[in-house]
Design a protein around this ligand. Sequence first.
Ligand code: P6P
Length: 341
Amino acid sequence: MKDPLTLSEFIIQQQAEAEARGDLSQILGAITLASKIVHREINKAGLLDITGSAGQENIQGEDQQKLDLYANEKFKQALAARGNVCGIASEEEEDFVEFCGIENRGIASKYIIAMDPVDGSSNIDVNIPVGTIFSIYKRLSPIDEGVKLADFLQKGCEQVAAGYVIYGSSTMLVYTTGNGVNGFTFDPSIGTFYLSHENMRFPEKGSIYSINEGNSLNFSEGISNYINNCKSHSTLVGKPYKARYVGSFVADFHRNLIKGGIFIYPAYTGAPKGKLRILYECNPMAFLAEQAGGKATDGSNRILDLQPQELHERSPLYIGSAEMVDEAEAIILAADAPEGS
Ligand code: P6P
């Protein structure tokens, strides 16, 4: 039986134009290199002083985990070394980081990256899967100038590639360049990612809903109505949905992508604009969701059409099987939509 394609072989096959193939291969090569290092540290988390709080907070006021900072450095080093990335916006960095200072001008640095180095990192101590999320854009500013904030505040529909690495029972890279979604499983004995999930698609009908019901007392009437519907026989599948919420976005998204489902992080009194960040959580996952036949909105607007105003801006997020997103929006808006809308 023929060995499955490696990630590099797949990129060569998929990227028609040589330039894009070279650039994308370079960037994904940097991401997979750093993810192999993060994979190694996560798998030894119980043995190394790599878990727990780093004793400082990020720009979001969230307690940074030691692995957050370690992974952030590894991804920055790997991406800066490739020469075709001129800057990165990271959950762990207050401002964007420029790689292409005039003195560093190497290969034409025409890409920028937005990323969450380790999403859900507080789960590492309890062995729950965590993930890296990344989003790739072409810069807007001239190559012979420094990178600008506007390079990072692009709409999600401008992404040239996006993906995630999930560090779970196996480590997988799942990404899209706009031609479908493909998953690669890491074989640590060889240090290589192999194509294992070709053309990933959300099942038409899902029966899993993922939302933190611990916040229910603060949810709107519409969201409460939706959650009640999930527990009834009025759902799209004629019976109650299954409640699954890991508290790790990449893990919840990945399970729903394979089994069918919807993940919701809504706006509510405790999070007026939701919790997940547009640049490096909502947009990359929304690109993947749409490429896999799913849908991603903020409750009424397409995520990929949102115009971010700042690096760490948040948005409510409804993402997953398209019919389930439509069902949720219809029930929620029936109660929450402003009078006369
Ligand atoms: P809550 C992890 O901190 C994260 O950003 C996502 O990975 C996860 O889905 C969400 O927050 C969980 O948030 O408020 O339900 O604990």
